[in-house]
Design a binder for this molecule. Structure first.
Ligand SMILES: Cc1ncc(COP(=O)(O)O)c(C=O)c1O
Length: 288
């Protein structure tokens, strides 16, 4: 199946934009909207499809039959890749950090294997070097960096921008992991200020990636990392629960929870002028 047909048949695109309401927003005279990329698909949700799209299109165009990528044991990126490859008739290999793991170490890994992904567990040292084990056949294969990071993924993010009427928003905000989504928004938007909430201590890496791809970065905040990647303090978990109760939108603490927590804090601290319209990108991350 080609990619356009796949998008038409299986994905909810363009994703919806929903306004959320809160006394705080009313007090500050601003409006907040959520771009519901979490609803694109139950598995290839959020920024995952945006980041994979161009890779898959190019793989299909060039007749590649195999997608290879890297990730941790809970990688949203590999999870989406495994499913997309299966649906599009491509083979896939996930190179996983940690040679102590097996496909039975968690439900996601066993699910990925059942979708046909070849899982290869490597030591943390080799993972850092991003070495592809010799036994993996790389002929006719497309190799995608960890988390999907790369120019093609940055280009894929520009489809989000095409789906929004840029004149309606002064600000757009997203969480930052590899920075792909953030850089894609910085590159493709005009006259919208792009805000990124770091989810781990990697500002230097994001800055150097931005230089490498020649995209000027805008506002990045490091105040909402909560110590380190994936740490889930009670305050953040409670925030996610309250957010869901109030807005009927599920978020998770690692990415979107940190982003919305940061957004509320920035609003409270008057970082946005009254009458601002802010678009928050829901990047998914809720594996089903
Ligand atoms: C749900 C979710 N949101 C946001 C991000 C961060 O996106 P990026 O890596 O493009 O910065 C990720 C990680 O890839 C993610 O899984």
């Amino acid at each position: 199946m080609d990619i356009l047909q796949f998008e038409k048949q299986y994905l909810r695109l363009p994703s919806a934009i929903d306004e959320i309401h809160d006394e705080l927003f009313d007090q500050k005279g601003i409006r907040v909207f959520v771009k519901r990329d979490d609803l694109i698909h139950p598995i290839i949700s959020g920024n995952k499809w945006r980041k994979l799209r161009e890779y898959i299109q190019i793989a299909q165009f060039n007749g590649y039959k195999h997608l290879i990528s890297f990730g941790g044991a809970y990688s949203n990126h590999l999870y989406a890749l495994a499913f997309a490859a299966k649906e599009l008739g491509l083979a896939s290999t996930g190179i996983i950090r940690g040679d102590e793991l097996t496909s039975q170490s968690n439900l996601y890994l066993s699910q990925m294997e059942s979708w046909g992904m070849n899982l290869k567990f490597i030591s943390r040292t080799n993972y850092q070097k991003k070495l592809i084990p010799k036994e993996i056949d790389t002929t006719n294969s497309m190799i995608i960096a960890e988390g999907g990071y790369g120019k093609m993924a940055i280009k894929g993010v520009s489809y989000i921008t095409k789906e929004i009427n840029q004149g309606n928003f002064e600000h757009i905000i997203c969480p930052i992991g590899t920075g792909t989504t953030y850089l894609g928004l910085c590159e493709s938007t005009n006259n919208i200020e792009v805000h990124g909430i770091l989810t781990l201590n990697n500002l230097k890496e994001i800055e150097s990636n931005a230089l490498e791809v020649g995209i000027p970065i805008q506002r990045i905040y490091d105040a909402y990392i909560f110590g380190k990647y994936a740490k889930q303090p009670e305050e953040l978990v409670n925030f996610c629960q309250l957010f869901e109760q109030k807005h009927q939108i599920k978020i998770e603490p690692i990415y979107t929870g940190r982003m919305f927590y940061g957004l509320y804090d920035l609003i409270r601290k008057d970082k946005f002028k009254p009458e601002s319209n802010i678009l928050a990108l829901h990047t998914g991350g809720l594996k089903s």
